[in-house]
Design a protein around this ligand. Structure first.
Ligand code: PEP
Ligand code: MG
Length: 538
């Protein structure tokens, strides 16, 4: 048995087809006629564009609008004056051949993206690789396609690009395995969207198997069994049957409003990082959005997003959710989340440093742009706003003062905003949990951020593998703080939710229901499983 990272749930039993990488040889040859070389480049860009349009159409048919949008960004890159301009300049100035010029310019762009700490941005580098690879193949006259003829194919590759995955025929490819990648890599995200099992980050699977090998893919445990015996096949066929039944059963919960057996209504909401993520949240029957991590709007760029850009994103989510609650968290930058264009001080302990609300209260100019956008968007739905990393009442009150300033400005400008926005805080610092009773007098709601609360309570860095054994959601100290927070909220008639990973942990849900948690917010794919567990509680 070979282990990797479970990237997309499910079981598959089928035959290996290894995706061979096209051999690309790029020379350092100089060109004589740069005009002719640029014409060659323009032609390759045109062909690439037509191909991407086709892939986009396929992606739309296979995976829907949201995933097809990835290819819109590929087309944008083909038309990006900075990208294309730099390639042309390289040809003109240095007489570099077009293939080499594309590869060196994309290399520069790639190194910028890959150097970013954020996983999401790192993965955007995959888009650049995909597009530049395509241009080079077209310059070399090679075709890039992934036609799978056989049914029951388990595709094995070094990695799969977004255009590879978009072209996959779900009737034939039943799973895939890759050497590289993690849970947030493009191929993993695509596999979850296609709902086919995948194990990624297998390091050397391409050399462990050969074409036509028979394999079992266990996308739940992240295991692959190569040429299994009859007994093992039987066991996995049974597991696959069970799993399929479970998935079908869960689908019946999409429309179900979640209550416990004793009748307590509990909201199950979804976490999002980008406005489009809201579509998956809706598809999984969520009661609302419990956490919109707005920092992703700031990360996907080279400068701060404008009020207008933010307004459009918030409005989009609010309208899509059709009056269901949408909890938007104000900028939570710092710690592990950095912005390339906003240098933060070098600190010994960035997680204990200048981040989140601390930064916003210091950079009121940045904070106000977001608050104005939120206030303006509030008329389009049921908006709730929360501030991250609150450690004491004064921070909340200061933030609210700035909100009041923004309201005054908007009023003077004759711009509407809703008067019924709820204002809450994330409880993710132990001090806030301990002071919950007092804080609850002033806020409209709490949302417990267990990802941080656990690391601060147990002094165990959430990013460190070395101390991960200490990072224990069910530690009595953590549970006690959670209980205190919920009771603090209820004592003042306020509601309390949770948006850290623990909210979607089926082993923790029974305890949280028992404590009286009112709202559980999690990644879209965990929603139905969580609903099932909650429905089973007293
Ligand atoms: C948390 O800390 O639990 C949380 C939801 O916020 P983030 O993971 O973005 O820090
Ligand atoms: Mg947090």
């Amino acid at each position: 048995m070979k282990k990797g990272i479970a990237a997309s749930k499910g079981y598959a039993i089928g035959y290996v087809s290894i995706k061979e990488n096209e051999e690309i040889i790029i020379t350092n040859d100089k060109v004589k006629d740069t005009k002719e070389e640029i014409e060659r480049l323009v032609k390759a860009l045109d062909i690439s564009r037509t191909q991407i349009e086709e892939v986009k159409q396929k992606a739309f048919e296979n995976m829907g609008e949201e995933k097809a949008a990835v290819f819109e960004s590929h087309i944008m890159l083909l038309e990006d004056p900075e990208f294309v301009g730099a390639i042309k300049l390289e040809i003109e100035d240095n007489k570099t051949n077009a293939e080499k010029a594309v590869s060196s310019v994309s290399g520069t762009f790639l190194s910028i993206f890959e150097a970013m700490e954020d996983e999401y941005m790192k993965e955007r580098a995959a888009d650049i690789k995909d597009v530049s690879n395509r241009i080079v193949l077209n310059l070399l006259g090679k075709v890039k396609s992934l036609e799978i003829q056989e049914e029951n194919t388990v595709l094995v590759a070094e990695d799969l690009t977004p255009s590879d995955t978009a072209q996959l025929d779900k009737e034939k490819v039943i799973a895939f395995l890759t050497n590289i990648g993690g849970r947030t890599s493009h191929s993993a995200i695509m596999a979850r969207t296609l709902e086919i099992p995948a194990v990624v980050g297998m390091k050397d699977i391409t050399s462990l198997v050969k074409n036509k090998d028979f394999v079992i893919v266990d996308g739940i445990e992240g295991n692959v069994i190569i040429n299994p015996d009859k007994e093992t096949i039987k066991i996995y066929e049974e597991k696959a049957k069970e799993y399929k039944k479970e998935v079908e059963e869960l689908k019946s919960l999409i429309e179900v409003k979640t209550s416990t057996r004793s009748g307590k209504r509990i909201d199950v909401a979804g976490n999002i990082g980008q406005p489009e993520d809201v579509n998956k949240v809706i598809e999984n029957g969520a009661d609302g959005v419990g956490l919109f991590r707005t920092e992703f709007l700031y990360m996907d760029k080279d400068k701060l997003p404008t009020e207008e850009e933010q307004f459009e994103s918030y409005k989009y989510v609010l309208q899509k959710m059709e009056n269901k609650p949408v909890v938007i968290r104000t900028l939570d930058i710092g710690g592990d989340k950095k912005l390339s264009y906003l240098p933060l001080p070098e600190e010994m302990n960035p997680f204990l440093g200048y981040r989140a609300i601390r930064l916003c209260l210091d950079r009121v100019d940045i904070f106000k742009v977001q608050l104005r956008a939120l206030l303006r968007a509030s008329v389009f739905g049921n908006l709730k706003v929360m501030f991250p990393m609150i450690s004491s009442l004064s921070e909340f009150l200061k933030a609210k003062d700035i909100v009041e300033e923004c309201k005054k400005e908007l009023k003077a400008e004759n711009i509407k905003y809703s008067d019924s926005i709820e204002w809450g805080i994330m409880v993710e610092i132990p001090a806030a949990a301990v002071c919950a009773k007092e804080l609850a007098k002033h806020v409209d709601f709490f949302s417990i951020g267990t990802n941080d609360l656990i690391q601060y309570t147990l002094a165990a860095d959430r990013m460190s593998e070395k101390v991960s054994y200490l990072y224990e959601p069910m530690h009595p100290a953590v549970l006690s703080l959670i209980k205190m927070t919920i009771e603090g909220a209820h004592g003042e008639g306020k509601w309390c939710g949770m948006c850290g990973e623990m909210a979607g942990d089926i082993d923790a849900i029974p305890t949280l229901v028992e404590y009286g948690l009112d709202e559980f917010s999690m990644s879209a794919s965990s929603i139905l499983g969580a609903k099932k567990v909650i429905l089973d509680q007293e």
